[in-house]
Ligand binder design. Structure first.
Ligand SMILES: *Cc1c(COP(=O)(O)O)cnc(C)c1O
Length: 360
């Protein structure tokens, strides 16, 4: 084979998604399999979004609005900002990719936590940048160490709050103190994919106030988690209009499809669904805390829809053994696994299956 790819991407591995439920059912001959691996919404999708999608089905022969004008305006209105400060994307995954494409060049340093959302690092490497990886401290972003990692080459700092996969958060005060010290030519991307699940009051619940104060901050959100629209791919980002313009330079013309635009506009108004999902998540979280404590296991208190657990055995083995019994979770390093909070029935099934495994 004489066709070669760019040197920059040779070290990158294709993303390995968890096995779909149907594959696991077939492989192990199971009739019932539950997936608690990808932080998906156990209650399905926003009913308002589904209703709106029915009306969009007739419009698929036509290209979507490439500027997603109605979606931008709906978001701007809801957040009390200007439409020119908003940019929807094909999931926030695509936004991570676009931000790196727009800003990272050879030799640039990009600061991020370890362990955190893996796309920050992959897209940095893709562009020839150097990831500067700062270990979490007690599973929380070590903002002081991230500040200390800034050099004249620093281009972007990625913050995931609350963090995936650890479910931990840093406070509003800590964030403000951090941003006050970051030079304003460095882009800070604040990924709040799990913001709607946060229960603590010292979290920055109204991140829009950052926009007025810090021109170098981008705020990233998604419809994939709380709104249950992971399958349709739609997220949105807020920031200074000049940054939005820069990202638009490299954006694919029709990056957010018609169905995604229609579903997102409807989902934004679905406060009933958000409330229900929040409550189910909190109840599930408290049940899991209690059950894990009773099992004598170590875990992190979660501000998201997933829990970071020390399984006390090799994570990969735990993953395989649970999968054989019809429970799909996500293994990370050493003995640490991430389990998405499900319906109460799913949570109970997970605990029973996990207990049986650890008793073996
Ligand atoms: C799930 C997730 C996203 C990606 O969401 P999509 O909109 O589905 O691409 C972004 N950031 C974090 C931290 C996530 O966990």
């Amino acid at each position: 084979m004489n066709v070669t790819c760019r040197d920059e991407i040779k070290s990158l591995q294709p993303y390995k998604p968890g096995k779909p439920i149907a594959d696991v059912q077939k492989e192990y001959g199971l009739s019932h399999v539950i997936k608690m691996a990808s932080n998906e919404n156990p209650l399905g999708s926003s009913p308002k979004a589904i209703e709106a999608l029915k009306t969009a089905i007739d419009k698929l022969a036509i290209y979507p609005d490439g500027n997603a004008t109605m979606l931008k305006e709906a978001i701007a209105k809801k957040l009390n900002i200007k439409a020119e400060q908003v940019l929807p994307s094909n999931g926030s995954d695509e936004m991570v990719d676009m931000i790196s494409k727009a800003y990272v060049s050879h030799g640039d340093e990009v600061i991020m936590a370890d362990i955190t959302f893996p796309r920050y690092k992959a897209t940095t490497i893709m562009m020839g940048g150097t990831p500067i990886v700062v270990p979490l401290k007690n599973w929380v972003h070590d903002l002081d160490a991230m500040l200390a990692a800034i050099t004249p080459k620093t281009k972007i700092i990625w913050l995931c709050n609350p963090n995936n996969p650890t479910g931990t958060m840093f406070t509003e005060n800590e964030l403000i103190a951090f941003l006050d010290k970051v030079p304003d030519h460095i882009l800070v991307v604040y990924d709040e994919a799990y913001r709607e699940f946060v229960t603590r009051e010292d979290y920055l619940h109204d991140s829009m106030k950052l926009l007025a104060k810090y021109e170098n901050v981008l705020i990233m959100r998604t419809f994939a988690k709380m709104y249950g629209l992971a399958g349709i791919r739609v997220g949105y980002t807020m920031g200074h209009p000049d940054i939005i313009t820069d990202i638009n330079r490299i954006r694919c013309p029709f990056n957010v499809n018609e169905l995604a635009q229609v579903a997102a506009i409807a989902a934004l108004e679905d406060t009933d669904f958000v409330k229900e999902c929040y409550e189910v998540n909190v109840a599930g979280k408290l049940y899991l805390y209690e059950a894990l404590e009773a099992m004598g296991l170590t875990f992190e208190k979660s501000e998201t829809n997933h829990i970071w657990i020390d399984a006390t055995r090799n994570a990969q083995e735990v993953f395989i053994e649970l999968q054989k019994k019809g429970v799909i979770i996500r293994p990370f390093m050493d003995t640490w696994i991430r389990v998405s909070i499900g319906t109460m029935e799913e949570n109970k099934t997970f605990i029973e299956t996990f207990k049986a495994l650890l008793a073996q």
